[in-house]
Design a protein around this ligand. Structure first.
Ligand code: ADP
Ligand code: MG
Length: 271
């Protein structure tokens, strides 16, 4: 059958790992910015109450700002809360405020509580005219496997897992994969882990290369060939309300995220 919606080709990835500090948010905003710089229309959904993705994209997210909380809990249409990042044309964001911290509990008694993000996102994508269709949606998850992350898994088609190249890197990964499998079985049969990205890679240490080798052995082509190096410029960029793509475009961090985005565009089956 021919695609019937302008958004049939939209890639929807959730960036997940229940460990904190592995590079989920950094990966979300920098892949998003690199894709937007390459001319794609990109939407970032900030699902972490910390709102770090919103900060990096310079999208206001102080308490009381309308954002993803209103979409999930109040049923506010996504079109009313989406903002274009002032840092880059074609890069849009639904911000997260600290109110989202309560959503994990407030969602529990709601009807179709696992489907609320999916419904809102799909309705929003469907109402875009063909010339404003989004090419890519990236969902930044909180460091837990609660209802917010479940909503992200149900709304997405693909999972992107950032793995920090350190000793406990693989710990918790089997739990994450088991959760993805449960989601596939019960809530979203099309969900696939398509992309693994090695982050904070320090080429000087034996440990990092050992972890990288182990991950590649286990996950094969799912692992992007480029690894993101540890880079001060990457960690500085958010405090300037920027991604490293605009903050220091020629830094190794910017170049490696740009390469990761390019490799993602070449993945089998990607539009
Ligand atoms: P998560 O979203 O998984 O909790 P973050 O993306 O917030 O992780 O990253 C955790 C911390 O590590 C942040 O302070 C971030 O700036 C820093 N960081 C992430 N990636 C890199 C990198 N490649 N080089 C240096 N610092 C990084
Ligand atoms: Mg984060």
């Amino acid at each position: 059958a021919q695609p019937t919606h302008s958004w049939t080709g939209t890639r929807i990835l959730t960036v997940a790992n229940q460990k904190g500090g592995v590079g989920k948010t950094t990966t979300t905003v920098n892949i998003a910015a690199a894709m937007a710089r390459a001319g794609l229309r990109v939407l970032v959904l900030d699902m972490d109450p910390q709102g770090n993705a919103s900060t990096a994209l310079s999208v206001p997210h102080q308490s009381g700002t309308a954002g993803i909380y209103d979409v999930l809990v109040e049923g506010t249409p996504m079109a009313e809360v989406v903002r274009e990042s002032p840092t880059m044309a074609g890069l849009w964001c639904v911000p997260a405020t600290i109110d989202l911290a309560g959503a994990e509990i407030e969602l529990v008694p709601l009807v179709a509580r696992e489907n609320r993000l999916r419904r809102a996102l799909h309705a929003f994508l469907e109402e875009q005219s063909a010339d404003r269709a989004f090419d890519l949606v990236l969902i930044d998850c909180p460091p837990s496997l609660g209802l917010l992350t479940v909503n992200a898994f149900v709304a997405a088609r693909e999972v992107l897992i950032p793995i920090q190249c350190e000793y406990y890197a693989l710990e918790g990964l089997s739990q994450l994969l088991k959760n993805v499998e449960l989601i596939q079985q019960h809530l979203n049969s099309e969900l696939r882990v398509t992309t693994i990205l090695l982050t904070m890679y320090d080429a000087r240490t034996r440990l990092a290369s050992d972890v990288a080798e182990q991950v590649r052995e286990h996950f094969g082509e799912t692992v992007l060939r480029v690894a993101i190096p540890r880079s001060v410029r990457i960690s500085e960029a958010p405090s300037h309300g920027e991604t490293v793509i605009t903050y220091d475009p020629v830094s190794t961090g910017a170049l490696s995220y740009t390469e990761a985005a390019a490799q993602m565009r070449q993945q089998k089956g990607s539009a």
